[in-house]
Design a protein around this ligand. Structure first.
Ligand SMILES: [Zn+2]
Length: 385
């Protein structure tokens, strides 16, 4: 196993982990003798720049589950007061590794993507960011143009959901490029399930950021899946409605979302069923505050059974936002981690190629525990709380 990180930014450690046991998936020994988690050890070394071009991955062993993670994701910071903490993905990864789930999966590098050719949806955002946008530029030269892109300068006087922060462009390259690569794992038949918990950013529109979301990796990955799979079903269990995905895909794929109808972005009425040839593709289920596991899963199953019958999907994309779990800083649902995970179990039983993405989640302990638990379920491992 080779596990590599950012070659571009000197502030991010270049990390290479080499397998010690020769397994094609290359897991390190992740448990001590008592089965408990062990401390990670990383070997730092420079990486050839060619690894980070937008080249197809070569020589990857066929894996049932392909798991993507880049440690440098933890270095991005939207601001002390901002609810979105990219580091939560690193904490989830530490638990996933600590519970020895690496042994069950192919663990792959997340690559930076310098080629935005696939990213036609977001060409305006590319112009906005220009690869070099900084809070200082946002305040000065870009200031007059930020509003139209749903951005702000990220200073104390003018806070918003989507501040321009140092590294914003690379962060977007990171999680969106990885989601596309994870999707490619499925389209090329190299995995049955691909996981990128850094992705699942579902509010971003074609030309503007929204709700902590600057680029819509879900749409990009879905487009990759549609190259191979004729019917892709998008399922969203975040507490917020996945409006960006609905707008950008309602002609092309089926989607079913379960969310709090009173919350931002206040879209997703049951009347929004798709446009033109996509009429009937969207199934939105607004739910009330404080919903618990029983009614939530009963509704989920009832609707999903119908959606599955109607859609007959050939692949699934699931956004596993953990802000629908009780105790989230922003969410108001009362789901337990197990209750949230039952939706993942349901989808897994369909035995379809599945792309599993992260999403919202603002109580970091909940996020890390939920995604670890669900990663275990995907690997047929039941982890205790
Ligand atoms: Zn959310």
């Amino acid at each position: 196993m080779v596990y590599k990180a950012d070659p571009v930014d000197e502030s991010h450690a270049n990390v290479t982990r080499e397998s010690s046991n020769g397994s094609p998936f290359g897991p390190e020994l992740l448990e001590d003798d008592r089965g408990g988690p062990v401390q990670k050890s990383l070997t730092l070394s420079p990486l050839p720049s060619s690894l980070f071009e937008n080249e197809p991955l070569q020589g990857i062993p066929k894996a049932k589950i392909a798991y993507f993670f880049n440690p440098s994701v933890a270095s991005f910071d939207l601001g002390d007061d901002h609810a979105m903490k990219p580091a939560r993905v690193a904490i989830a990864d530490a638990l996933i590794e600590g519970y020895a789930l690496y042994r069950k999966m192919g663990v792959f590098a997340s690559l930076w993507h310098s080629d935005w050719g696939y990213c036609l949806f977001h060409r305006m955002l590319k112009l906005a960011f220009n690869g070099n946008v900084t809070p200082e530029l946002a305040t000065s030269a870009w200031g007059p143009y930020l509003d139209q892109f749903g951005l702000d300068a990220g200073n104390d006087e003018e806070k918003s959901d989507c501040p321009v922060f140092n590294g914003v462009y690379k962060w977007c390259q990171h999680f969106s490029g990885v989601s596309v690569e994870a999707g490619r794992m499925l389209t090329e038949g190299n995995a049955d399930i691909a996981i990128n918990y850094a992705g699942g950013i579902h509010h971003a529109r074609r030309s503007s950021a929204s709700g902590f979301c600057y680029i819509n990796d879900i749409v990009l990955a879905t487009l990759e899946l549609l190259r191979m799979f004729p019917r892709v079903l998008y399922v969203d269990i975040d507490v917020h409605h996945g409006d960006g995905v609905q707008v950008l895909t309602e002609h092309d794929c089926y989607e079913s979302t379960y969310f709090n109808g009173k919350f931002f972005p206040t879209t997703g009425s049951k009347r929004e069923t798709g446009l033109r040839q996509g009429e009937g593709f969207s199934v939105n289920i607004p739910l009330d505050d404080h919903i618990r596991d029983g009614p939530y899963f009963e509704t989920f199953c009832e609707v999903m059974d119908l959606v599955m019958t109607h859609c007959q999907p050939s692949a699934i994309v699931v956004q596993t936002g953990a802000d629908s779990i009780a105790g989230d800083k922003l969410g108001t649902f009362n789901l337990s981690i197990r209750g949230h995970g039952r939706c993942i179990e349901y989808l897994k039983t369909r035995n379809l190629p599945m792309l599993v993405l992260g999403g919202g989640g603002y109580t970091i302990a909940n996020v890390a525990r939920a995604w670890t638990y669900e990663c275990g379920l995907l690997n047929d491992a039941i982890l205790t709380d």
